[in-house]
Design a protein around this ligand. Sequence first.
Ligand code: ADP
Ligand code: ZN
Length: 626
Amino acid sequence: MNVETNDRESMNMDAAREYLQRYYGYPDFREGQKKIVDSLLHGRDTLGIMPTGGGKSICYQIPALMHPGLTLVISPLISLMKDQVDALTTAGINAAYINSTLSGKEVNERIRAAKRGDLKLLYVAPERLELDWFREEMASLDISIVAVDEAHCVSQWGHDFRTSYLSVAPFVAELPGRPIVAAFTATATPEVMEDMQRLLRLDDPQVFVTGLGRDNLEMSVLRGENKREFVLNYAASHTHQPGIIYAATRKEVDDLCQRLQAHGLLAGRYHAGMSDAERAESQEAFLYDDIRVIVATNAFGMGIDKSNVRYVIHYNMPKNMESYVQEAGRAGRDGEPSQCILLFSAQDIMTQKFLIEQNPQDSERKHNEYRKLQQMIDYCYTTRCLRSAMLDYFGEEHDDKPCGTCSSCTDDRELIDITVDAQKIFSCIHRMRERFGVSMVAAVLKGSRAKKVLEYGFDRLPTYGVMSNRTEKEISETINVLISEGYLALTEGQYPVVKLQSGAAEVLKGQREVMQRVPRPARTAGSTRSASRRDSSPSAVNETVFEQLRLIRRELASKEHVPSYIIFNDATLREMSVVCPQTEDEMLQVKGVGEVKFRKYGRPFLEFFQNGPGVTAESDDLYDYE
Ligand code: ADP
Ligand code: ZN
């Protein structure tokens, strides 16, 4: 449906902003949203790359409201559809979904509603586009936009390839008037971007990559932690914050969950080895805050639209940056400060390689997976700003300013260049044919006269004694640093042998520098550790008021049987607790309070402020759910 046929006045950004305020209660679009909405209002095919929580849905929902006719949303997950439709309906927007959970009668009713023009948005799974009768029904509707969510599923390069996404383009081509096609995903590698444009047959699309580096997310990579202890301590000190802990295997999930529960924490678990009913129950419990922390494999999350997840901990390194960013991005979708913590150990590399080898696939794909794995490993070892490293990986433009909050930026140890030492060590290991342990390598570099060194004739190697100005112990320590940085690996067994890893070759060729963090001599030790300086809630927020608002929300939520964040999210409650609105108008000024929502849920909150928020209870008593 062409934009030209519409009143131009009514299709501009000012009008869009009015819709945004009226239905969602937000005064303005985020930077990335603005461009995408504008592009769709101009009738252009659009590809939007946005991280989870970037606010994708609004990008097509507002144009859906403004264009005549229906917006068909292709969405891969049933739970996600239901959430979206619930949220829209709560905001006073006519929306429905059609999926396999409905009876034939219900499906027909919804199609009839669409035909009557009673729906602005209709959510369907891609598989449905493969049904002849469904395509015929759709062809009789006035569809102005086809919005494709999780569009990376169309690409075999991605990690969630779904054949049925290939039906989207033929489906669109069959419709009588070509609708605008909008595609959205959080995955932005060049191969996937190319595939999405080609396989969805986007027509001269405008492409926008935005907001991957959400500045409310504090990214950390922690190496050499005692993972189990870390997770227990972290969860125990964040008991009133929802969190997700991703682990690589089902066994690990079960084990961790049990430990958390044994410590009296409200923990649940989720993995593909559980029954459908068990999984649904866990997911539900997490959504409704009946459990605080969920331990899960990567099977968990695609359908999760919970906006107040305060932390995501990766117990193991994921297989690639795409997975990592997607999973970590489930933290802080409401824009509030949140933690993404990756606990890395060299064992994770072995696990991922094993998984690649296990999976039967052609050599090109395998090679691709190894390449992606190496990039993930590089991220875990980098001393650069993690946000910059991530944005570079996805090709998003950014300024060179370090983020200031990631574990690299907040690491206050001194960074020194140890490239030359590393070259000496690698070269020596190579000349010793990678058959010896750390102390033997150190002895040779030191120029030791030990019997074993001389027996092997290592005193004739060019690298013999090239580090004679150091003690053997110092040399061993540097070798261990290089192991922990991933340039070297130890074999298993009683006499571990040092092996060169792929990064070492680049260092030897002078293509890569090696940096090492060393403590600054003048500083007092034991000051910072990434995990201990968390919980940065703005001091202006009155915690007690905030907790009382949460109680009101919780009561409403259980009465209405919707998850709390559907009513108002944490960011909205925080703002309320700061401005303490006294009138309806003041309440409507709070971000996240739209007119319809106010009418439905606003009263109890307003009355709370009008009666003067008294401190009635010890704040601990306010956590009724603990
Ligand atoms: P995505 O689908 O990209 O994962 P959502 O559409 O669910 O993200 O949005 C994430 C969160 O950001 C939601 O809580 C949403 O209400 C909020 N949000 C979206 N757009 C805005 C905006 N313009 N201003 C304030 N909050 C917004
Ligand atoms: Zn940083």
